[in-house]
Design a protein around this ligand. Sequence first.
Ligand SMILES: Nc1ncnc2c1ncn2[C@@H]1O[C@H](COP(=O)(O)OP(=O)(O)OP(=O)(O)O)[C@@H](O)[C@H]1O
Ligand SMILES: [Mg+2]
Length: 361
Amino acid sequence: MIPRLKAEGLTRILGGRRVVDGIDLSVAAGQVTCLLGPSGCGKSTTLRIIAGVDRQDAGTVTLNGKVVADDHVHIPPEDRGVGLMFQDFALFPHLTVAQNIGFGLRRDGVSDARVEELLIRVDLAGYGRKHPHELSGGEQQRVALARALAPRPGIMLMDEPFSGLDNRLRDGIRDATLNVLKEEGTAVLLVTHEPDEAMRMADEIALMRDGRIVQRAAPYNIYNAPVDREAAAFFSDINTLSAEVNGALTHTPFGQFLAPGHADGTMVDIVFRPQHVRLDFDRNGRGPSPTETEGTPARGTVERARFMGKESLVEFVMDDGRTRVTATVPAVFLPRAGTVMWLSIRRDRCFVFRQPEKAHA
Ligand SMILES: Nc1ncnc2c1ncn2[C@@H]1O[C@H](COP(=O)(O)OP(=O)(O)OP(=O)(O)O)[C@@H](O)[C@H]1O
Ligand SMILES: [Mg+2]
């Protein structure tokens, strides 16, 4: 299937720096791709180039099978057939809700039926004659969504469209928005710096760092098979055991880990998430027996335990005196500082990464 949106080699140099550095992306009809990454990594610049409000220094943008931007072509934003939605989705204050939604349609002849259809879609039937100041933030956001969708763009570009919303409203609005976009079969590129939002919305996450995409995968895969330590750390707190490879093996307080493909003497990080640590009480200096799935247990002492609401966070110092491990456990479990416990790690949830060069120095 031909993707609705395709970007190849997008590059943008600003202030002498490659803020967007060879971005490749594609989004099919009815799919949501989230461009996710830390502040300043170049997400908005990428989106702005695709929208046509900024120009690339190199690369090609193809929308609906047609090149809209390359070294020779620059189709203006209004002729690209994309819907745009940004953080400040300013509605026209002097126009009614229906007029706001119909605004973009003027050129092509407004269909009142389409406006009515969209009002129902975004759950605002009967709101058409109100003015923006009579609506809550969440309702205004839905009007903005309806306005962007009114001309039936095949492609929707959204830049942190939910960030101005109250926390409690946000989840509901995200889901409602997603439903509408799926019903309309729109190809969506959504920019966000929040991993939770990307996990919730995306069919595919494109993880961005320093102007590049470091990994493109479905939420499940990106969470469970991150490309590097930083990618793992973007989605949750992580634990890291640092170890040297010897004969494709490493020795850690949790026994040996396989490190295939790493030369002897290489330093690797064994990375795992706090929710994949199992805790057992100490029984007269003994812990549970080693198992294939959870490896060799290691003994540690509770340094601190904190109640976080849906889970508790327990921090340990291991018996070697230098390895620190954090475990999360569902519900309230607050052992006292000084409590001795045995920790096991789900082996299939550990990632082994070569340490970046600078860490060797
Ligand atoms: N006109 C400009 N001149 C020089 N540098 C710029 C310009 N516009 C953006 N930048 C820089 O480019 C980088 C990428 O900016 P961009 O807005 O794309 O980041 P972002 O990933 O959207 O970040 P955020 O999550 O904070 O919105 C930033 O370091 C920014 O300071
Ligand atoms: Mg931005």
